[in-house]
Write a protein that binds this ligand. Structure first.
Ligand code: FAD
Ligand code: FES
Ligand code: MG
Length: 280
């Protein structure tokens, strides 16, 4: 059992919890994730390690309540416990030692982006960050992102805050109006599949290497079940052990989108049960 030591509500649908997990905290690196079960009979879901404190023995998770299990997790309060947490899983992100990076985060994707940005800042990298959400009340971790960025741009789809439009539109505008793509060493883009796909289309046009963090359905998280299969550069990769970070220009986005939506009907049914307070 892993105790929740702190809980913070970031937006009406996004929560941050600090969980006691000394062995995971000791080994965690930016880019890695955990797989947790809320309760004994619960499903396993992956969440990125948004932060860790080796001394305190804690990991921080930021999650958006999108369905049955994340809603169940959202009901737990400080001093409650999560059944189990496995990790750290996945490869640590390969981050540059010097230069200039643009970090692009969409929605809850800002949570997995943050640990990489903190590490880039620690290494003295010049960091330009673009974060976005559907509306201003859904923008998360703004202060934390500002603290590690040289420049922070905020975008909302409805224009209620900052640039009106998608983060990919903002990046394109910046490339067209002064940000020299030749002076950007790489872009890191994390968020929903359509957002990462659109961002990669922009960076491909301007010739800037781009890392994305793939978020396919995962079950075991150890490379054995094959659920998290993604095609990258024509090769089959397992996001849990070969990723989750990949070269975004090589990802087969249409296949990733199809696979992510495979269980929509079942997820909808489970979600409706959760809303009504029912069991699995
Ligand atoms: P459901 O209604 O069951 O599913 C909603 C959607 O979530 C699905 O359509 C599917 O796209 C995705 N999903 C469902 N089950 C899984 C599963 N077992 N594995 C992966 N995706 C699934 N979300 C966050 O909010 N914060 C994070 O830091 C974060 N990090 C992630 C890191 C990785 C490596 C991966 C693969 C996913 C991450 N996610 C993160 C997504 C998160 O795992 C899903 O939102 C969650 O599993 C949804 O479960 P649910 O039962 O609440 O919703
Ligand atoms: Fe099973 Fe990756 S989650 S192989
Ligand atoms: Mg689910």
């Amino acid at each position: 059992m892993n105790e929740i030591l702190k809980k913070r509500v970031l937006t009406p649908v996004t929560k941050e919890i600090v969980v006691s997990a000394p062995r995971i905290a000791r080994k965690a690196q930016p880019g890695q994730f955990v797989i947790l079960r809320v309760s004994e009979e619960g499903e396993r879901i992956p969440l990125t390690i948004a932060d860790f404190d080796r001394e305190e023995g804690t990991v921080t998770l930021v999650y958006q309540e999108v369905g049955y299990t994340t809603r169940l997790l959202g009901k737990l309060e400080t001093n409650d416990s999560i059944m189990d947490l496995a990790g750290p899983l996945g490869l640590p992100a390969e981050l540059p030692e010097k230069g200039r990076v643009v970090a692009v985060g969409g929605g809850v994707g800002v949570a997995p982006l943050l640990p990489k940005c903190k590490e880039l800042h620690r290494r003295g990298i010049e960091l330009i960050s673009i974060i976005g959400a559907r509306s201003s009340d859904l923008v998360i971790l703004e202060d934390e992102m500002r603290a590690c960025s040289n420049e922070l741009h905020i975008c909302t789809d409805d224009g209620s805050r900052g640039f009106k439009g998608f983060v990919s539109d903002k990046l394109k505008q910046m490339f067209e109006t002064g940000l020299n793509p030749d002076e950007v060493d790489e872009v890191i883009a994390i968020g929903p599949i359509p957002m990462m796909k659109a961002t990669c289309a922009v960076t491909k046009e301007f010739g800037v290497k781009t890392w994305v963090s793939m978020n396919p359905i995962m079950v075991d998280g150890t490379g054995m079940c094959g659920a998290c299969r993604v095609t990258v550069g024509g090769e089959t990769k397992f996001a849990c052990v070969d990723g989750p970070m990949f070269d975004g220009h090589l990802v087969d986005w249409d296949e990733a989108w199809r696979r992510a939506n495979s269980y929509r009907e079942q997820e909808h049914i489970a979600n409706e049960r959760c809303r009504c307070g029912g069991e699995h």
